[in-house]
Design a binder for this molecule. Structure first.
Ligand SMILES: [Zn+2]
Length: 400
């Protein structure tokens, strides 16, 4: 464990030095003058650990204030997540604990962080050289079938809700569970309409294809996929088909590309599927390092998978795959409908994108591909700002 941690630290230091050396002045100046938004980070689990300080630089995980500063990250959505199997009052309690942890983290870092709920507040945070902290609830199970809980979450600053996680809720089917409701139930449609009224973005990451189309038919406001990649490039059920990407865009939405190796690389997926024993081995190793500690498990899983890729047990996936997915999504959806939703601290990151400090490489790569400054700014954050603004306008139009 000691040696592995050192190896990872050494590799990521090497990648930082390499990327710093190869970033052009043009890329740096464009990146650090843009608003860069990440719509999905699972760092909240770590915030629950009283020993974890977001203000300190860490050698594990992907997100802390120093590395966000290094990467020019202007705003991030802290994900409120608990497993789908936890439901009812217990789910509400745990979600509230995590929302409180985000608020407390912001309160404890007033020079670096500010809570934001609108596009204007993100721009204002940026003007004060602060990082905007936003909140998204990852899984409709946390409202415990109660629109009052949804309204309370919105009042506490929650600005998106992913309708399901990996399991179905009582009112929406997930992409990784058996179809139970044929998409959204009538109550599920009420949830979507209430989210529209509250100005909470409907997040279609994780939901089944039928749920996605029921959402498009129900939602008055544009919706987004906070952390999903392209199924045409990697056949995970969690990724979006070209038709879905096209229809999301027609509805004004944004696909935020996920950096998880198992959603980026078909080769990685194929080897994983052919060798189920590897997943068992990895899970046993996570258990050994972390016991039942969820935040430790999320971060350790990322490290262990990278060690497996390093040793050749799993195919190596490089960060440039992220660019392939961004370009594919642009081809299908158009430049106005693609953004970034890393899944940092909740998934397995590719080589060269171990943490938020590497984000300027995305700008450099898109410049090299010939995209204009204004198009790159759209991908980095302007598309998400536009969506936040439109969801807010749609909410205002429903008020009497
Ligand atoms: Zn997720």
């Amino acid at each position: 464990m000691f040696r592995a941690a050192h190896l990872i630290a050494f590799l990521s230091l090497g990648a930082i030095l390499m990327s710093a050396a190869t970033l052009s002045d043009q890329a740096k100046s464009l990146h650090f003058s843009s608003i860069v938004i990440d719509t999905h980070d699972d760092t909240t689990q770590r915030l629950l650990d009283p020993k974890f300080d977001l203000g300190a630089r860490h050698s594990d995980g992907s997100i802390d204030i120093p590395r966000m500063r290094d990467g020019g990250l202007s705003a991030l959505f802290f994900s409120i997540w608990i497993p789908s199997k936890i439901t009812g009052p217990q789910a509400v309690k745990q979600a509230l604990d995590q929302i409180d942890a985000v608020h407390e983290t912001v309160r404890n870092h007033p020079n670096d962080l500010v809570l934001a709920t609108t596009a204007d507040e993100i721009r204002a945070a940026r003007a004060q050289n602060k990082i905007a902290a936003l909140i998204g609830v990852e899984g409709g199970h946390m409202i415990a079938n109660d629109l009052g809980v949804l309204r309370s979450f919105a009042a506490l600053g929650v600005r998106y809700m992913t309708l399901t996680h990996t399991g179905n809720t009582d009112w929406a089917d997930s992409s990784t569970d058996k179809s139970e409701h044929n998409g959204l139930t009538d109550f599920g449609k009420d949830v979507v309409r209430e989210m529209n009224r509250l100005g909470v973005i409907v997040d279609v990451s994780h939901v089944s294809d039928k749920t996605f189309y029921d959402v498009l038919a129900t939602s008055e406001a544009p919706v987004f996929a906070s952390h999903s990649s392209c199924r045409a490039l990697c056949s995970a059920a969690r990724n979006m088909t070209d038709d879905m990407i096209r229809d999301l865009a027609k509805h004004g939405g944004v696909i935020q590309i996920n950096y998880h190796v198992g959603f980026l690389s078909q080769e990685f997926r194929n080897v994983e599927a052919a060798h189920p024993e590897l997943e068992k081995e990895i899970n046993a190793e996570i258990k050994k390092r972390c016991g039942d500690d969820e935040s430790c498990s999320l971060v350790a899983g990322d490290q262990i998978v990278r060690e497996y890729m390093q040793s050749g047990k799993l195919p190596r996936v490089d960060w440039t795959k992220i660019i392939e997915h961004i370009e594919h999504a642009i081809k299908i959806a158009g430049i106005d409908h693609v953004g970034l939703g890393s899944d940092f601290d909740g998934a397995m990151m590719p080589f060269g994108m171990e943490d938020a400090s590497h984000l300027p490489q995305i700008t450099a790569a898109l410049l090299q591909k010939g995209y204009s400054d204004s198009d790159i700014r759209k991908i980095l954050g302007e598309n998400t700002l536009r969506l936040l603004h439109e969801v807010q306008l749609a909410s205002a139009s429903t008020q009497p």
